[in-house]
Design a protein around this ligand. Sequence first.
Ligand code: HEM
Length: 513
Amino acid sequence: MAAFSLDSTSSLLSLRAVFAVLTLALALSWLSQLLRYRFLSPLRHFPGPFWASITRLWIAYHNIKGDECELELALHRKHGPVLRVTPTMLLVSDATKLPEVYARNANKSKYYVTGSFGKTESLFNMQDHKVHAHYRKIAAGPYAFSNIKKMEPLVDESIHVWINALNDRFAKKGENFDFAPWAVYMAYDIISEIGFGAPIGFVEAGGDVGELIQGFHDGLPAFGLLARLWPFTYWVKRTWLGRFLVARPEDKTGIGMLMRFRDKLLQQRRVDIEEGKAGHRVDLLQTFIDARDDDGNPLTDDYIKAEILLVLLAGADTTGTAFQGMLYHILSNPEIHRKLLAETDAATAAGNLSAMPQYDEVLEHCPYYVACVKETMRLNPSAPNIFPRTVGKGGLMLDGLYAPEGTEITCNPWLVHRDRAVFGEDAEVFRPERWLESEEQTRVLNKYNMVFGYGSRTCLGKDIAMMELFKGPLQFFRTFDPKLADPKEPGIWTVKGGVAFWTDQWMTISNRS
Ligand code: HEM
């Protein structure tokens, strides 16, 4: 018995010793990593907060807290246009540096965690610029403006249904309602209509079908966190826990529901095609089905599914946010609201604006309105986020300091659009006129606009989003006279995981006579 106790005590002791040695080894390895980041890294000369220079937890913490942009703006004002925001990443707020940061051959950094939405990658997460260029060439057809133009009647019909729903539910009854979700209902229904030929049905239901919007918003903090802590995320993905980081159609989350919706529609379309019932569809799904690669081969169903999911994830909430932002800024500025109405009413009276405004008409006859759209997205970009690339061969000189090849480097549209040297001393003020003052100035503002990203990875859905934004808010302002429930509170701007949206846009609407 005594011998047994002695044995077990000594084995416990040796277990403790192993544990202690392991802990010490881990602590020493962490410490040496921190010291290397702080004192030996080629980025050590770049300014920035101490904690950001030794751990990614600094940026992850502020992302979760929701103050990343404001804090970084204050740091830029103090330290200059280049900040070290993680041990391996530089953040640049100088708008004129956009073409260098987002150079044609720049790869996306590992921040774009791969494989999160299934094995087949969509364009957004492809890191290698050559792989991306191959697939982008194929997707360019479906997203080309000439193709999107053909979809304009589908957008018109969705807006018509949306305006009627607002009229019946709220204008006729004078009922107080929150505009914010209604902007997203419209954006989701349009994107599913032009994506798959069927609206999800938010507007008809007058609610968040399948809690899709809530599910998407709930997933955003994890999305922001896992990307910012990417070495940890890649490590988890190599373990058995990794399976929980990949979204699947069986999931009860908003993304799982979107996947099921997408799979059902693709299956139905395949059946319709076989039975000769697909007709002359002009939606994105059909253009992906009809697309061919350089060798004349069709795209695989897995790839089509990945791209169509991306349309829903990237295209609905973002456009809804811009729409909400228009309401926020225009209802906060009665003089701007008055000018906007004067312009659209004059264009209507002159016969230049159809009952459902057409894209080309708005572009040509409503410059002030177009400036309001641009100014909204400048001040409140839907993705006030970092979009990191890696510095290419030869490195990059930034504000007199050298960033070597492989350095993670990024801009953030929320910060770049507040660069006073480019957008003016009043860059933080909503002033649509800045887009109309001179041709030269407009050219510069357009050149350094990052709302849809920058360079060869810029948003493919830009024309779709602009078509919606040229019509939806305009038709709303033209039809209704909105009155805010509390004029001092036209909405609350919320950023989660680098994606923004507005809440609490309470108002009543009546028909403009
Ligand atoms: C106001 C609305 C929108 C905003 C602000 C927006 C913003 C962005 C941004 C910033 C990027 C670049 C990301 C990066 O560099 O990593 C991007 C990429 C993308 N967006 Fe959008 N987007 C909007 C609407 C849409 C719509 C409506 C669609 C589709 C119907 C769409 C599809 C895409 C796709 C496919 C990409 C990936 C492009 C590539 O990597 O080649 N987006 N978007």
